[in-house]
Write a protein that binds this ligand. Structure first.
Ligand SMILES: [Fe+2]
Ligand SMILES: [Fe+2]
Length: 264
C-alpha cells in the first residue's frame, strides 16, 4: 500500500532556451509516471534563449506539469520576466534581493496529493552580486513557513561550493531539501544530511551539453581567448535533462532519499 504521507518531488535543473524546453516536453511525462511525482519544481532563469524568462516559456512549463518555477541572477535580464514576477503566478526570484525588487522569494503550494509544499529561492554572494545575506534571509523565512508546513524546498542559486555546503548544514533538520543551482554542472554529492535534509551542491542543467555551461562553444572560446564580450548564443547539441527526485515524509518534513536524474 502506498504511504499516504510520502511526497515525491522532481526538481529540474536550469532549463536552457528552446533545447531545454524540448527535452522537458519529451521526458517530463515519463519521469512523473516512473517516479510517482507529486510536485514538480524547475529553475527557469535561462528559459528565454539562455537569459531570463518570458510568459511564453513560463506558461509552456506550467502546461507541461511544472508547479513552480524558481530562478536566479538571470531572472532580471528581460523586462517581460520582471513584469511576470509582479503577477500572481508561481514564479520565484531569490528571496534575498532587496525588498524593493519585484516579485517574491518564497511561497506555499500544493502537491497533487493535497500536501502543502513550501518553496524558497535564495542566491549566494560569493563570486556573485553582493545582495542581502542568504543565511539571515532564509532563517527568518523558514521559521515563518514552518508554522504552515514542515515540507520546505530551497533552491540555492550560488556559485561557490563552500557557500552551498554551509547553507546545507545551516538548514539541516529545518528544511526538506537544499538544492544547488547556477553552475550548470551536476555534482555527485547528493546525500541525506543527519537531521533529514536532502542536499546536492548542484542539480546541473537541462539543455545542450556540447557547450560551455549552455553557451555555444565557439562564442565561449572567443570570449576567453580574446577577453572581450561577444553576443550570447546558446548551443544546440547533445541535449540532456538534469535534476533530482526527492522522497519526503510529509508529516515530519524529513527526506528519506535523493536521486540524481540525467536523461537520456
Ligand atoms: Fe542558470
Ligand atoms: Fe544563474
Amino acid at each position: 500500500m502506498k504511504n499516504q504521507t510520502q511526497l515525491k518531488i522532481l526538481f529540474i535543473a536550469d532549463i536552457i532556451g528552446k533545447p531545454g524546453l524540448d527535452i522537458v516536453t519529451a521526458f517530463l511525462p515519463s519521469l512523473i509516471r516512473k517516479h510517482n511525482i507529486n510536485f514538480c519544481i524547475a529553475n527557469g532563469e535561462n528559459a528565454a534563449n539562455g537569459k531570463g524568462i518570458t510568459p511564453r516559456e513560463f506558461f509552456a512549463y506550467r502546461q507541461l506539469g511544472i508547479d513552480v518555477v524558481t530562478s536566479g541572477n538571470h531572472v532580471w535580464d528581460l523586462a517581460q520576466g520582471r513584469k511576470l514576477l509582479q503577477d500572481e503566478v508561481p514564479l520565484l526570484r531569490p528571496l534575498n534581493y532587496p525588498q524593493e525588487s519585484p516579485g517574491r522569494g518564497s511561497d506555499i503550494y500544493e502537491g497533487n496529493n493535497g500536501i502543502s509544499v513550501g518553496v524558497l529561492n535564495l542566491q549566494g554572494r560569493v563570486f556573485m552580486y553582493p545582495i542581502d545575506c542568504p543565511f539571515k534571509a532564509v532563517k527568518r523565512e523558514v521559521e515563518r513557513m514552518r508554522t504552515k508546513t514542515p515540507v520546505l524546498i530551497v533552491d540555492f542559486h550560488a556559485e561557490a561550493t563552500a557557500e552551498k555546503q554551509a547553507l546545507g548544514w545551516y538548514l539541516d533538520g529545518q528544511v526538506s531539501a537544499v538544492i544547488g543551482t547556477h553552475t550548470h554542472v551536476q555534482t555527485a554529492d547528493e546525500r541525506i544530511l543527519p537531521e533529514g535534509t536532502a542536499y546536492i551542491t548542484d542539480a546541473g542543467m537541462t539543455g545542450p551539453f556540447d557547450s560551455v555551461i549552455g553557451l555555444s562553444r565557439k562564442i565561449a572560446l572567443k570570449r576567453f581567448i580574446q577577453g572581450i564580450p561577444h553576443r550570447y548564443e546558446i548551443a544546440k547539441e547533445n541535449i540532456r535533462l538534469n535534476g533530482v527526485v526527492i522522497t519526503i515524509d510529509a508529516e515530519s518534513g524529513r527526506s528519506t532519499a535523493i536521486e540524481r536524474i540525467s536523461q537520456p
